[in-house]
Design a binder for this molecule. Structure first.
Ligand SMILES: Cc1cc2nc3c(=O)[nH]c(=O)nc-3n(C[C@H](O)[C@H](O)[C@H](O)COP(=O)(O)OP(=O)(O)OC[C@H]3O[C@@H](n4cnc5c(N)ncnc54)[C@H](O)[C@@H]3O)c2cc1C
Ligand code: FES
Length: 280
């Protein structure tokens, strides 16, 4: 049996600074041993532990889509010990990836449904993975209408700006980009908080499932909007961010009641979360 704590060695192929404050960078990683790419088989919503020699590991959502072959990517916010060291690494450096870990968005259940994706701030990473996955020619027909609401504090804090502009132009996706505020006269998208824009742009819950990922305050104010629209708690799906260590249900660091966020999650429906003690 393979050691589940052993990371795959990966080489940093490309680093993209995403936001104007330079605190968010996307790392495109290539597997040093090509056969590891096959072992690292994942679905959007899953995460991995990124390991940096001498500093430790951090759980990070997978930002690439399984339909993008030859690499895996992660967008990392510089907040503390490991992420600061990671931000200092250069293209060509070798680091580790352990995973894929956790569960994924309910892809089987989403087939044949309208999909509403709601994201805020840097938690958009696994939603980016989901959008790329759904838009892939082999997958697009499996889903009905796709609506995306994505917001950030300001235009310079949006992730994946080139892709957002491309998605804006497509006619098989309704894309609603928003910022909390801006004084940029060139800004041609929405201004307003994510729950407000959701209320304006999402008109029906019929045959629809909503995936919501963002800061706790955004989630708190988006939930009632979705419920008012008629989404039952079983069709509101959230991804949780907890402090984690092992990522495989062994250390007990991340449990909420009897559920381990690292193994049983991080993806839960609102109905499931309402069954849990109110720690999340
Ligand atoms: C399933 C999952 C997916 C995640 N996906 C992403 C992602 O795509 N991109 C990204 O940038 N981050 C993501 N995170 C958060 C990321 O794991 C933490 O920011 C990271 O572990 C911080 O490590 P550090 O050593 O740099 O910070 P530390 O030195 O450990 O801590 C610095 C600060 O960050 C806070 N912090 C540490 N860990 C977490 C955590 N897990 N959640 C919230 N706050 C924390 C600490 O309280 C402290 O204030 C994810 C977390 C989980 C559990
Ligand atoms: S992080 Fe160890 S049990 Fe979840």
């Amino acid at each position: 049996m393979e050691n589940p704590y052993l990371p795959y060695p990966v080489r940093i192929k490309e680093i993209v600074t995403e936001t104007e404050d330079q605190n968010l960078k996307t790392f495109k990683l290539l597997f040093v041993n090509p056969e590891d790419e096959e072992r690292f088989s994942y679905l959007p919503g899953q995460f991995a532990e990124l390991s940096v020699a001498g500093k430790g590991e951090v759980p990070i959502g997978i930002a690439s889509s399984p339909t993008e072959k030859g690499f895996v990517s992660f967008t990392v916010n510089k907040v503390g010990v490991v992420t600061t060291r990671l931000h200092l690494m250069k293209e060509g450096d070798v680091m580790g990836v352990r995973g894929p870990l956790g569960n994924w968005y309910p892809w089987d259940e989403m087939e044949g449904k309208n999909v509403v994706i709601i994201g805020g701030g840097f938690a958009f990473t696994t939603l980016r993975s989901s959008i790329v996955y759904m838009l892939h020619p082999e997958n697009r027909r499996k889903f009905k209408d796709i609506t995306v609401v994505y917001g950030a504090r300001s235009p310079g804090m949006l992730l994946y700006r080139e892709e957002l502009a491309e998605w804006e132009k497509r006619d098989d996706l309704s894309m609603h980009i928003t910022v909390d505020a801006t004084d940029d006269p060139q800004w041609r998208y929405n201004v307003g908080f994510v729950p407000t824009i959701t209320k304006q742009k999402v008109t029906s819950a019929e045959n629809a499932i909503a995936i919501v990922c963002g800061p706790p305050i955004m989630i708190r104010f988006t939930q009632p909007v979705l419920e008012e629209l008629g989404f039952p708690p079983e069709r509101i799906v959230l991804s949780l961010e907890m402090r984690m260590k092992c990522g495989i249900g062994m250390c007990g660091r991340c449990n909420i009641g009897e559920q381990y966020v690292c193994k049983d999650g991080p993806v839960f429906s609102l109905a499931q979360l309402r069954q849990l003690p109110g720690e999340y």
